[in-house]
Ligand binder design. Sequence first.
Ligand code: PGA
Length: 249
Amino acid sequence: MRKKLVAGNWKMHGSLQSNAALLEQIRAGVVGLACEVAVFPPYPYLAQTRALLSDSEVAWGGQSLSEYPVGAYTAEVSAAMLLDFGCRYVLVGHSERRALFGETDAVVAAKFAAAQQASLIPVLCVGETLAEREAGLTTSVVSRQLSVIIEAQGVAALASAVVAYEPVWAIGTGVTATPQQAQEVHAAIRRQVAVLDASVAKGLRILYGGSVKPQSAAELFGQVDVDGGLVGGAALVADDFLAICRAAN
Ligand code: PGA
């Protein structure tokens, strides 16, 4: 059985004060839940996150990382630094990184490799734009984004990774994919991996992301190939995030 994971991507939100309240509520609210919960605060707040969550059931991670291990790379943050602050996970290839900051498939693959080299668990984000969906390209886009990683790292690398299917048209728009739309793509992802390695495919956690809300979470997470969620906006409101965590329970 795959353990469900609910991950909160805070993006560029938060302050020492607001984070403290949010982390305390999450920490208390997840006690006894069977699913795994993780938060992804901005880099400067990882120390605060570690301090407030270190003896809790909640994991945390970085929202990105450098593909380079160390050196003259101004403003970059390495995998080892994330590890130093207790990160278990790191997001890789979020669509905002791809679209706004020019991260190509090759860069995403290099970041994925850098994460695994440092024993961080990459959460690989994949997903199509609205234009791509309307052109019938959803499966081919998602499959290409996944293939790049498999070709570079081998399918076995997915045994210690998480995939997040995040249709770009659903991110931050309030438009959630229907449970059927999500299931269809999740199943395609799992089939693509199963062709190469059935046991890796079976164990691979595939999260859905894109306007997950307390009202939509239970039905999404009820799909056979949906193993939890990557939550943006709703992860900033403790009650909403905890309701989503309970929906995965
Ligand atoms: P959203 O963001 O829940 O606000 O749509 C999801 C994400 O970008 O991970």
